[in-house]
Design a protein around this ligand. Structure first.
Ligand SMILES: O=c1ccn([C@@H]2O[C@H](COP(=O)(O)OP(=O)(O)O[C@H]3O[C@@H](CO)[C@H](O)[C@H]3O)[C@@H](O)[C@H]2O)c(=O)[nH]1
Ligand SMILES: [Mn+2]
Length: 362
């Protein structure tokens, strides 16, 4: 009988070049549903809240876990820039990762199904988004031109068809949409059932509300800008962690010529957080953002800001000068932005092979 051909199982894309960062205060049973897609990858789990609580990680995953004691041990006084009791703590995972790419997902996000009923491998789609160029300088009306079955449409300048490197891939959510508290209160039963089969580059000069629930980025290109700010315990604001990171990131991407994409992939967001608790966290942000958005829209970075770190430090100076008068919180935040970059450079300088950071894990 003829020998059956044995095809090697393809190595998962970026298997050794991508970390999955998960902020958590819960158990991690949700990983069982993601196992087929996530098991080949290394996880960085950032345990928020009480460090004496044990977080059980399902068998078979390769991970490192950091709790608040680890963060304090590794960063010392610089730990003050990492939020406590807020999902913003996830950015510690970006700091200690040694990989080129990061995917971050919340522990109440599950595998969604596409209209054909097929499970969506969100990580695979994010990787495709990151590995193909972005087109922020001229909008392609047929959406992602690099996708199979699409292309640049007539009238699209050939000089721009090479695109630019993609720094961020922003995914979306079926079921519970990422609404702010007032919208949640007005529309408590609204569920997102609309699957839009599109990936778009966010045009240069346009800001966007970046959600950290289902987000991937090129850590080497834009990692130092992905600081999720001072939120949660002891802070006057919460649930603006990812928004702050997204505004800083987009201004810096526009300046350095990197792209940001939004759209596919979808995850299934299962848990609506409490709108009243969210309102308490968000309310200052809801009126501050009416001044924050014009600040970021008009933020100009000098030509000599040719690295993300230099851009970020320059932004922190502008935050202090222009937003400090809104509330002293922004003075603290500007200082924390500098501390973040100091911590980033300390943990990621070429001499440090990562011995500074070692969590528990396998
Ligand atoms: O104090 C906390 C609370 C939560 N976490 C972990 O963070 C994510 C998100 O938590 P949750 O799903 O409960 O909250 P959402 O309102 O759905 O989060 C979305 O709103 C944004 C506001 O920050 C956020 O970017 C979105 O994710 C879970 O993994 C919790 O376990 C935490 O670490 N600390
Ligand atoms: Mn959630």
């Amino acid at each position: 009988m003829a020998e059956r051909a044995v095809y090697p199982t393809p190595t998962p894309l970026l298997k050794d070049e991508l970390d999955i960062v998960i902020p958590t205060i819960r158990n991690l049973d949700f990983l069982e549903m993601w196992r087929p897609f996530f098991q080949p990858y290394h996880l960085i789990i950032v345990q928020d809240g009480d460090p004496s609580k044990t977080i059980n990680v399902p068998e078979g995953f390769d991970y490192e876990l950091y709790n608040r004691n680890d963060i304090n041990r590794i960063l010392g006084p610089k730990a003050s820039c990492i939020s406590f009791k807020d999902s913003a703590c996830r950015c510690f995972g970006y700091l200690v990762s040694k990989k080129k790419y990061v995917y971050t997902i919340d522990d109440d996000c599950f595998v969604a199904k596409d209209p054909s009923g097929k499970d969506i491998n969100a990580l695979e789609q994010h990787i495709k988004n990151l590995l193909s160029p972005s087109t922020p300088f001229f909008f392609n009306t047929l959406y992602d031109p690099y996708r199979n079955g699409a292309d640049f449409v007539r009238g699209y300048p050939f000089s721009l068809r090479e695109g630019v490197p993609t720094a961020v891939s922003h995914g979306l959510w079926l079921n519970i949409p990422d609404y702010d508290a007032p919208t949640q209160l007005v529309k408590p039963l609204e569920r997102n059932t609309r699957y839009v089969d599109a990936v778009m580059s966010i045009p240069k000069g346009t800001l966007f509300p970046m959600c950290g629930m289902n987000l991937a980025f090129n850590r080497e290109l834009i990692g130092p800008a992905m600081y999720f700010g001072l939120m949660g315990d002891g802070q006057p604001i919460g649930r603006y962690d990812d928004m702050w990171a997204g505004w800083c990131t987009k201004v810096i991407c526009d300046h350095l010529g990197f792209g940001v994409k939004t759209g596919l992939p979808y995850i299934y967001h299962s848990k609506a957080s409490n709108p009243f608790v969210n309102l308490k966290k968000e309310y200052k942000g809801i009126y501050w953002q009416e001044e924050l958005i014009p600040f970021f829209q008009s933020a100009a970075l000098p030509k000599d800001c040719n690295t993300v770190q230099k851009c970020y430090i320059e932004l922190s100076k502008q935050v202090r000068a222009k937003l400090g008068k809104i509330d002293e919180y922004f003075i603290k935040l500007a200082d924390a932005m500098v501390t973040w970059i100091e911590a980033w450079d300390e943990l990621n300088s070429s001499g440090n092979s990562g011995e500074l950071a070692n969590g528990t894990g396998k």
